[in-house]
Design a protein around this ligand. Structure first.
Ligand SMILES: [Zn+2]
Ligand SMILES: [Zn+2]
Length: 305
């Protein structure tokens, strides 16, 4: 199995078009080293040239245009992409589905809650006007095979991990489903029993989840915010990382402290918000991550498991 990062930023990318924070300013001017990033999406390959997408960020079409292995091969009728598994219904994880509307059919994996929310905001009915959507409902802890377009099972199995904070997307205006709103996925290659976890939004890492992560080879985890009060520090409002459903990396009860104890998996932060100072490649946060054995995803990075 191969995991490829198509985008490693949170919503808005790096730099974000209307943001003047120090990271975005440096990414534009080059005054400090900051690598531009697209919004968070991954692609998982079965090892035989067939792919599944994890989420669909707003700039998915641009990412796919640059990613040679996901192009249609000579003689093939379409691209070797067989489905998309969704962690939640946030716009920055789903708007890219609209870029896939030219497909004759689209296989989407997600919870019933995510389906309800995407119907509520109009994205799913809009997509269904352009292509045939096959919705594969997934449930926390219930394993399922990612299927090829012809309906046969791939060797890649998914298992949803509950990651909800109870917070709904802003467009839901406070009313909507209460369970299954945000999940992560463990993707296991049945042939090798090697597994990757994709957890781009996680509000809390309880002991049970950390135990699950310990058994995997790769953990792609929520790197939205370095500090809980980062938005406030950057004069971008008063919302804390936790109030937005994201466990911060740093601090006594941040994710790094929990994850650095894991010796087996490679810990990689992704879904990084453009305010996050660890995006400065010459900053002290990088050294802190390195000393904990963790790293940061970048667009185009590949992990062979
Ligand atoms: Zn996001
Ligand atoms: Zn910014």
């Amino acid at each position: 199995m191969l995991v490829r990062i198509l985008g490693s930023a949170a919503g808005g990318g790096v730099p974000q078009w209307n943001c003047g924070c120090p990271v975005c300013a440096a990414a534009r001017s080059g005054s400090r080293p900051v690598t531009p990033r697209r919004s968070s999406t991954i692609a998982v390959c079965d090892g035989d040239g067939q792919w599944f997408l994890g989420n669909a960020g707003p700039d998915l079409d641009a990412a796919l245009r640059e990613c040679t292995p996901l192009w249609p091969r000579p003689g093939d009728a379409t691209a070797p992409i067989h489905g998309v598994f969704l962690t939640d219904a946030e716009l920055d994880h789903t708007v890219g589905l609209l870029s896939l509307r030219q497909a004759s059919e689209l296989h989407i994996y997600g919870t019933a809650a995510v389906r309800t929310l995407l119907s509520q905001c109009g994205l799913l009915p809009t997509l269904e006007s352009y292509t045939v959507v096959h919705w594969h409902e997934v449930r926390p802890r219930k394993r399922f095979a990612l299927q090829y377009r012809d309906g046969t099972a791939s060797p890649l199995w998914g298992e949803p991990l509950e990651a909800s904070s109870g917070r709904l997307p802003r467009y839901a205006r406070g009313s909507g489903p209460s369970t299954g709103v945000v999940i992560g996925y463990r993707i296991t290659d049945q042939r090798t029993a090697r597994a990757a976890v994709f957890l781009p939004s996680v509000a809390a890492l309880d002991a049970g989840v950390v135990e699950e992560l310990a058994k995997t080879q790769l953990v792609l985890v929520d790197g939205s915010f370095w500090a809980d009060d980062e938005m406030h520090q950057q004069q971008r409002g008063t919302a804390t990382a936790r109030s937005m459903g994201h466990l911060p990396i740093n601090g006594a009860d941040g994710s790094l402290r929990l994850l650095r104890r894991l010796t087996n998996p490679h810990i990689v932060y992704t879904h990084i918000n453009n305010t996050n100072p660890m995006l400065f490649e010459d900053g002290p946060q990088r050294a802190c991550l390195a000393s904990a054995g963790a790293s940061i995803a970048h667009d185009g990075a590949e992990y062979e498991l």
